[in-house]
Design a protein. Structure first.
Length: 142
């Protein structure tokens, strides 16, 4: 198979979009309408310790403004709260709510289901593909 770098990028983006559509549908059918995969991934980062818009921006690779907007959306939907930071009363720490953790679990389970289904289709090819993608990703990091 002979493809260009652009075609390879389009294949990766298409595969990701297919996954995103299925995860979004899982979230919606579980009672989380309007929640996007970007929102769900942001909640995972917050739950893992991203406690401010700047920290969330670094963790998710978006601008601080985009992170702040995501936080506002998540807060308005009841998935995230801003609480006084116990270490510094001037700061507001982000916390994922119980409803947010539910959505994280649903999104993570959907990603896992999609991955396992793909992996089981051709386990040897999947392992080679995963290893190649890990090498590509590792070589791009400083």
């Amino acid at each position: 198979m002979d493809i260009s770098g652009t075609q390879f990028a389009q294949l990766l983006m298409g595969a990701f979009e297919t996954m995103v559509d299925e995860v979004r549908a899982s979230l919606e059918s579980a009672g989380h309408p309007g929640l996007t995969v970007v929102n769900e991934l942001a909640m995972q980062a917050i739950d893992a310790g991203a406690s401010s818009a700047a920290h969330l921006a670094r963790e998710t690779g978006v601008s601080r403004q985009a992170a702040a907007k995501t936080i506002s959306v998540l807060e308005s939907l009841g998935y995230v709260t801003r609480e006084a930071d116990p270490a510094d009363a001037r700061k507001k720490a982000l916390q994922v709510t119980v409803e947010g953790r539910s959505a994280i679990g649903i999104g993570a389970a959907a990603f896992e289901r999609i991955f396992r289904r793909w992996e089981e289709e051709d386990r040897p090819a999947a392992r080679v593909t995963i290893a190649a993608l890990q090498r590509i990703t590792a070589s791009d990091r400083p």
